[in-house]
Design a protein around this ligand. Sequence first.
Ligand SMILES: [Zn+2]
Length: 212
Amino acid sequence: MTIGPYLADPEVRRRSWLMRQGAGAAGAEPNAGHLALVEPERSGLPVRVLTQNVDGLHQRSGLPERKVLELHGTAQQVQSSVAGCAVGWHRRWSVWRRGAGPGVSDPACQECGGVLKPRTVMFGEALDPVVLGRAEAIAKACDLFVAVGTLLQVYPVAALPQTALDGGARLVIVNAEPTPYDPAAYEVIREAISLALPALVRRIVAGGLVGE
Ligand SMILES: [Zn+2]
């Protein structure tokens, strides 16, 4: 999960690929929280999801790809670690896995021979400035910013609620633990996400919270 050892050590990469193959086989499905976020979209409310998850479940739950910003990238795709090599950049992990065949434990980029990595932001890597810039613009322009399941302590993503507040938005926090933003929030919800989010979304779709 840390870029330095990943690039330097084939054994780290073998364990990483094995772990991801195991995780893929587990077959995670969208939960009630993911599914709830599709409702405002279907009701015609302009919704954007800014996520630190890399599992692609927001898209699988039915949100259009363009409405989901993956701040930490995606584990659904692989990329070459070599700067300037675009091959593999948008190659889907599932397609690559079929093509690589059995017994390949540390695959190389098929184009340049460089180290292949998941298209996630590993520890030691910076967030994609284009994605982060889009997230900042969305936070600045929104009427309601809902922070879900995050302690809001790791920057730069933790700055997004402040950007929303500065732009005049209301902030709602759904998290089991206190966050630094709780005093500035319009509402803080401590329930489990799978319960809290469907209820919150029903209120939003009914016209509550925004402009009430
Ligand atoms: Zn390459």
